[in-house]
Design a protein around this ligand. Structure first.
Ligand SMILES: Cc1cc2nc3c(=O)[nH]c(=O)nc-3n(C[C@H](O)[C@H](O)[C@H](O)COP(=O)(O)O)c2cc1C
Length: 359
């Protein structure tokens, strides 16, 4: 398998195995509506086998960070429709990443309303970016069982909205410490009802949401992003293998498009018991195609495919900075460097102005 080979994803054919990883760029307006720059940004990258959008808030309650887009108002849906049409006209495929930030938010970005989470436990030792500067995390409100059921339905509605907006499918963001990942983590979920207290109960929310997404979109149109060894945003498990193995087995029973697995992106010195190789430990259990993510370049991406577990590799920072990444990989040419200062701000700067290769 090579990065530039075609791949099957459900009943769709990907033009290559290079996936654009989901990346928040904070270029929506204050109503969570994306504009022409976002259309251009994704259209420039329609050369990917698959684009996975930035995290898209499924509801007003889901919002955690400034100027992130939504898919719960008609105006937001119509704005995304322009993006998907343009990407399709350029020959690309695009999934919407569905996002609920849970406790990774701040009331100053939420009209004074505290974030919600499985348990009333604040993130410590980190701060959150807001338009009023960096802020300590607040203690979130613990969700009631009824509120959890409403969120599951919100995911379903967001998925239907995404399909109405012309997306090819949806990805549940269950990685990097956001709401679904909070349910999976012993450090963030100390509930004693059906959603906590045991491995099966901690997995329940993600399984329910995935079933809801499948019901909303149909077969082979739902993916999930997991980061089983991520400790960022105070996510800890005493035994990630014990937690994630039954989850992946439950996902195997659903008609999904793929599983997107993220490597640990921070040193795991404090977690010597965590497995070192995410693809071998977790990817090998998946019956669905695996997308490998986290820290890959051309050579390591190629090597990952050669291992025979992942069928596709997703690129974040490199795709952000190189709108023609597949061509650069094909020619083994130089890469533009990502500019950190414009990752989450800057309008068109660092968004749609990274140069393409000449010829
Ligand atoms: C600017 C930026 C924004 C990101 N936003 C998201 C996001 O909205 N959803 C998500 O799942 N991951 C997000 N990520 C993580 C990437 O999808 C990816 O997992 C990470 O960058 C590692 O891949 P890479 O080494 O190829 O960049 C973001 C990364 C960057 C650089």
């Amino acid at each position: 398998m090579e990065l530039l080979e075609k791949a099957a994803l459900g009943n769709k054919t990907l033009q290559n195995r290079i996936v654009m990883a989901p990346m928040t760029r904070s270029r929506a307006n204050s109503e969570g509506v994306v504009g022409d720059l976002t259309k251009l940004y994704y259209t420039q990258r329609a050369n990917a086998g698959l684009i996975i959008t930035e995290g898209i808030n499924i509801s007003r309650q889901a919002i955690g960070s400034p100027l992130t887009p939504g898919i719960y108002t008609q105006e937001q849906i119509e704005a995304w429709e322009k993006v998907t049409r343009s990407v399709h006209e350029s020959g690309g495929l695009i999934y919407a990443q569905l996002w609920h930030t849970g406790r990774v938010g701040h009331s100053v970005e939420r009209n004074g309303v505290l974030p919600v989470a499985p348990s009333a436990i604040a993130i410590k030792g980190q701060q959150h970016f807001t338009l009023q500067g960096m802020k300590d995390f607040e203690t979130p409100n613990e969700l009631t069982a009824d509120e959890i059921s409403e969120i599951v339905l919100d995911y379903g509605q967001a998925a239907r909205n995404a399909m109405a907006a012309g997306f090819d499918g949806v990805e549940l963001h269950a990685a990097f410490g956001y709401l679904p990942n909070q349910f999976l983590a012993e450090s963030a979920n100390v509930r004693t009802d059906a959603y906590g207290g045991s491995i099966e109960n901690r997995n329940r929310f993600v399984v329910e949401v995935m079933q809801e997404l499948v019901d909303a979109t149909g077969k082979d149109k739902v993916g999930i992003k997991l980061s089983p060894t991520n400790a960022y945003n105070n996510i800890e498990n005493s035994d990630p293998v014990a937690q994630f193995t039954p989850l992946i087995e439950a996902l195997n029973e659903m008609p999904l498009a793929y599983i997107h697995l993220m490597n640990a992106m921070f040193p795991l010195d404090q977690y010597p018991h965590y497995p070192k190789n995410v693809m071998e430990t977790f990817g090998s259990i998946s019956k669905h195609p695996v997308i490998a993510n986290g820290g890959y370049d051309r050579e390591t991406g190629k090597a990952e495919l050669a291992n025979g577990i992942a069928e596709m590799v997703s690129y974040g920072a490199l795709y952000l900075a190189n709108p023609d990444l597949p061509r650069r990989f094909e020619l083994n040419s130089e890469l533009n460097e990502p500019d950190r200062a414009t990752m989450f701000a800057g309008g068109e700067r660092g968004y749609i102005d990274y140069p393409f290769l000449q010829n």
